[in-house]
Design a protein around this ligand. Structure first.
Ligand code: ASP
Ligand code: MG
Length: 239
């Protein structure tokens, strides 16, 4: 059994939250499940990095090299938090995990996964913590997948590794017909189709990266969106 779990920025915003995600992963791994964690940058890190460089009018190539570091910090912290709980873990950048993309800086598309390293780490009994949102382009340069792209990292890894489940942990307990943080009477879906989900994203929903849903649809992979705070069942995005 192999499970991919992705933790968004708010779900890794503090060391306490990282520890709680690590605990969940370790509990699964101790049951014999192979676990791949995909992490976003902590809290508002990506916005802060972009703002800090804005005055430099940075080139797209350098911007990707720079802004992708946020996810690497999270991956390192998560791997250390897992190790601190007595379980072996390894952090991997997108390129170490074998994620190959096209060359469109700032909005690259995942083209392939060279997953030998990842499979080796899992076979050796480690939890693999992969930095989301990043890959390696055709010319060997760092690329990023577009804002919110860690979701797409997770779905791509789940598809390529033939995972039994792909769980996207976030700060809401599922997908709603409107933003539940702004509309208290928003309705939550237990299940939602890929196409309805894509329509919600086009209307402005930010709960999932659009390409992650397209990729899940193309591979017939179901994705669960759930709260990292409660761990209660969330919304299944599927056929
Ligand atoms: N950290 C990136 C962003 O804020 C990627 C992600 O969170 O999925 O857009
Ligand atoms: Mg997101």
């Amino acid at each position: 059994m192999l499970i991919v779990q992705k933790y968004g920025g708010s779900s890794v915003a503090s060391l306490d939250r990282i520890r709680s995600a690590a605990r969940r992963a370790v509990a699964l791994a101790r049951q014999g499940v192979q676990v791949v964690l995909v992490v976003s940058a902590q809290g508002d890190t990506t916005d802060e990095l972009i703002a800090a460089a804005a005055d430099l009018a940075p080139s797209p190539r350098e911007m990707d090299a720079y802004v992708s570091t946020g996810e690497q910090l999270s991956a390192g912290l998560m791997a250390m938090a897992i190790q601190a709980q007595g379980y072996p873990a390894v952090s991997l950048t997108g390129w170490q995990a074998g994620i190959r993309t096209d060359g469109v800086h700032g909005n690259a598309r995942i083209m392939a996964l060279e997953g030998d390293r990842l499979r080796r780490e899992l076979a050796a009994g480690r939890i693999a913590v992969v930095a989301g949102f990043q890959g390696l382009g055709p010319d060997g340069d760092v690329t990023t997948l577009g804002r919110g792209g860690s979701d797409t990292t997770a779905v791509a890894l789940a598809a390529f590794l033939n995972a039994d489940a792909c769980q996207i942990f976030t700060d809401v307990d599922g997908v709603y017909d409107r933003d539940p943080r702004r509309f208290p009477d928003a309705r939550r879906f237990d299940r939602i189709s890929y196409d309805r989900m894509l329509a919600l994203i086009r209307e402005g929903a930010q709960v999932l990266h659009d390409r992650s849903v397209e990729l899940a649809r193309d591979h017939g992979l179901t994705v669960e969106v759930l709260s990292s705070f409660t761990g209660a069942p969330g919304t299944i995005v599927g056929p």
